[in-house]
Design a binder for this molecule. Structure first.
Ligand code: URA
Length: 443
């Protein structure tokens, strides 16, 4: 195989054979194909796509680059997971994993760090003093057995090729590709050994797929690919036009997730979390009825049992369990500044991309994979789309290390917020489900 010939064929729209793809990816994994050739190949894929056969081969090659866990035949509860395509203020996983464990499912969750304008579950968890996301496989399985859920960062043991390809895509403008995103997500989830997967496919300004129709296509591709690898899957298309909830920034988001786990906090966070949790249960538990599942899950948030489960998870992964109690052990920033409304009327837009970048300006996110994040800084959105506003009213509270950083974030917030005389029509929070039919119901 000559790498440049294979790249040229993909560039010209040809379909590669499974042998060619496996050899090329294997050679990259072994260090025989350099990053610059893989980058050119990824751009050719972004421009020309992959056929269904190519996508399956590509995904399996990533799965086969590491270990494949298996829970299917050990007699325990169904192993399930949820994956989001990435957003701003998206702390759903922190609530959903303990909630599903409390319901009786097993949740071996491997998450990512924040990248670009999007936040990452791993960064949020690591803002809890002592919390370890770098468990080895034995520790991961032991926490899972004890608590019913375990939350770790990507490990070299599971789909290591995805970690390398994702880092390369991030710096070569090749992230927003339906086949590349699908292969990246499905490969890690299949390798986790789960039976059922729910995908939170974001659409809107803060999503990788901003265009709703493209997001639907991504959802369909993800579901088909997961199913073809033997994992039952459903996708929900959920809005990422403005951030989810009011908190953006790691420790701030943990606080908000704790509120949701206590039956409080923003309504949109609870709605999306419950919607995804219900879909997961329906996929994993044959015969489960939607209304009953929904009220049981709601009850587990309201009666504190999901919160207690989160406390057990924190403790088992080395974190300070006091985080779930009255004492606030989470880090706080030295400076809190407010940004006030320059206008009167209604908030008609709070662009999730710009708000995500405002958080990056503060240090809550990273520009490059190797950057550190500041767990304490971030933004509280005091007003969101549809809210009435008076001139001079506080719109956002900025938690910063310095006045300069706060001012840079405020510059972004000026670009993010729009004001008008009429409340605008909000896009649906939970818009569509893929497939449209209920799991287990024949067409
Ligand atoms: N999340 C992933 O895990 N991979 C992608 O390519 C995009 C979002």
């Amino acid at each position: 195989m000559l790498a440049q010939e294979l790249i040229a064929r993909k560039r010209d729209g040809a379909e590669l054979t499974p042998d060619e793809l496996v050899e090329f990816l294997g050679a990259y994994g072994a260090g025989h194909v350099p990053d610059y050739q893989m980058s050119a190949f990824l751009m050719a894929v972004l421009l020309n796509g992959l056929s269904a056969t190519e996508l399956g081969t590509f995904t399996r090659a990533i799965i086969d680059s590491g270990r494949r866990l298996s829970f299917a035949r050990d007699g325990g509860p169904p192993a399930v997971d949820k994956h989001s395509t990435g957003g701003v203020g998206d702390k759903v996983s922190l609530v959903l994993a303990p909630l599903l464990a409390e319901y009786g499912l097993r949740v071996p969750m491997m998450s990512g760090r924040g990248l670009g304008h999007t936040g990452g579950t791993v960064d949020k968890l690591e803002s809890i003093p002592g919390f370890r996301t770098d468990l080895d496989l034995a520790e991961f399985q032991s926490v899972l057995a004890d608590v019913g859920c375990a939350m770790i960062r990507q490990t070299p043991a599971i789909a290591p090729l995805d970690g390398r390809l994702y880092a390369l895509r991030d710096v070569t403008a090749t992230v927003p590709s339906i086949p590349l995103i699908s292969a990246s997500i499905v490969s890690k989830k299949v390798a986790e050994g789960i039976e059922a997967l729910v995908l939170d496919v974001k659409y809107g300004s803060g999503a990788f797929m901003r265009d709703p129709e493209q997001a639907v296509l991504l959802a369909e591709t993800l579901v088909d690919l997961a199913e073809s690898e033997g994992v039952r899957a459903t996708a929900l298309l959920t809005a990422m036009e403005q951030p989810l909830g009011q908190a953006v920034g790691n420790a701030l988001e943990v606080r908000e997730a704790l509120q949701c786990l206590s039956g409080e906090g923003p309504a949109d966070l609870r709605e999306v979390t419950i919607a995804l949790a219900v879909e997961t249960v329906l996929l994993a538990v044959p015969g489960a009825a939607r209304p009953a599942v929904q009220s049981e899950l709601e009850e587990m948030l309201d009666d504190g049992s999901a919160l207690a489960r989160f406390g057990r998870l924190v403790e088992r992964q080395g974190g300070d369990p006091a985080v779930v109690g009255q004492s606030d052990v989470l880090p706080t920033a030295p400076l809190a500044a407010t940004w006030e409304s320059p206008a009167e009327g209604f908030v008609t837009g709070a662009d999730a991309y710009q708000i995500g970048m405002a958080a990056v300006e503060l240090g809550a996110g990273r520009r490059r994979l190797e950057d550190d994040v500041d767990p304490a800084v971030g933004i509280e959105l005091l007003l969101r789309c549809g809210d009435p506003v008076r001139r001079g009213q506080a719109v956002a509270r900025i938690h910063a290390r310095s006045r300069e950083a706060a001012d840079r974030a405020i510059e972004r917030l000026r670009k993010a917020y729009r004001f008008g005389d009429e409340p605008h029509e909000a896009i649906p929070l939970v818009w569509r489900r893929v497939p449209e039919r209920e799991p287990g119901v024949a067409l």
